[in-house]
Design a protein around this ligand. Structure first.
Ligand code: NAG
Ligand code: NAG
Length: 316
């Protein structure tokens, strides 16, 4: 039953895709024409004219080398920081970039030759838009806050552990948890320790990282601070694909074992289920003590293709 409805829905979405793409394209052109804005917070600084202040430099994590907090390829992790001003001076918004996960030696080895696995390939500047914009008309709640875009380069939502690295010449660093810790210490040292409000956000795999680390984030900030988290398009479903295979579950299982992420996951969930299912937000979100916002489209494009595998493509 459900499967039949799903198939009908997926057939429908093939046509809907074109309609959505056409409308989306029109909107993008409109936005570009009238506001000279960037259409993506994740893209490289594009050829569109952006106000200089919205291009924010990449900072490599200063304390990372000593602590062994390294990207998949062994390079230093990075972030982009724009200082807050006025009423936002003591408020901090962190946004963790998304980009899927790598689940095998092969896929992690490919990833380390990209910006998602190495700072050697990261853009030196990115434009801050959307929730990172400093334009009050676009971002009325957070425009004046201290804003940090955290680059994602470990391939396991900042939950990998060095104990899982191969000692046989497979040069892959599984240091996501260490990156998270080094990054927190650095941001606390440049003013976040005085935060009155702090908001940990992320998109996709970055949103998963935000919910995985939400309570830890809360604990690192002053007790009197208001702290919340937000996961955007990160409510990944533990569902079978259209062929009835548990593609996503087995993919997460691979990530879980390859990078040894168990120690970074919710203990309650692990003692209940004991496995990689604890990477699915529905299994641990209720245990998070800090307020969490979930933003997810009803028809999540990524999940349609990668979890339900509407086109038979693989997750990557
Ligand atoms: C290292 O060990 C892993 C796991 O046993 C194996 O898959 C991989 O091919 C090995 N790499 C090398 C370079 O021998
Ligand atoms: C998925 O399911 C189909 C049919 O149930 C099966 O033939 C196929 O081998 C499965 N694919 C994978 C990758 O397990």
């Amino acid at each position: 039953m459900a499967n039949q409805r799903l198939r009908a829905l997926l057939r429908w979405t093939k046509w809907a895709d074109w309609a959505i793409a056409a409308v989306g394209f029109t909107i993008i052109i409109f936005v570009l024409t009238f506001f000279f804005d960037s259409s993506s917070t994740d893209g490289a600084a594009s050829s569109v004219n952006l106000p200089a202040s919205d291009l924010v430099d990449l900072t490599l994590l200063h304390n990372a080398e000593d602590r062994g907090a390294l990207c998949l390829d062994g390079s230093l992790p990075g972030y982009h920081f724009q200082k807050g001003f006025g009423s936002g001076s003591n408020n901090w918004l962190l946004h963790i970039e998304g980009g899927g996960w790598c689940n095998t030696i092969e896929s992690c080895s490919t990833r380390k030759t990209t910006a998602l696995g190495s700072s050697n390939f990261m853009e030196r500047q990115v434009s801050f838009s959307g929730i990172l914009s400093s334009d009050p008309s676009q971002n009325p709640d957070f425009f004046s806050w201290n804003k940090v875009k955290i680059r994602y380069c470990d391939g396991a939502s900042f939950a990998g552990r060095p104990e899982s690295e191969f000692k046989n010449g497979t040069n892959l660093f599984f240091r996501g948890q260490l990156i998270w810790e080094a990054l927190m210490d650095e941001l606390l040292s440049v003013g976040m320790s005085n935060a009155k409000q702090a908001f940990l956000t992320g998109c996709s795999a970055g949103g998963l990282a935000a919910v995985i680390h939400c309570d830890d984030f809360r604990e690192r900030l002053p007790q009197h601070a208001t702290v919340k988290c937000l996961a955007d398009a990160s409510f990944f479903l533990d569902e079978s694909d259209v062929q009835g295979n548990r593609t996503m579950r087995s993919f997460y299982d691979d990530v879980f074992h390859l990078q040894g992420v168990a120690k970074s996951l919710d203990r309650n969930c692990l003692s209940r289920m004991g496995n990689s299912r604890c990477l699915f937000p529905r299994e641990f979100i209720k245990n998070i003590r800090t307020p969490v916002f979930i933003v997810n489209p009803a028809y999540d494009f990524w999940q349609m293709y990668q979890i339900l595998r509407a086109t038979g493509k693989h997750v990557d």
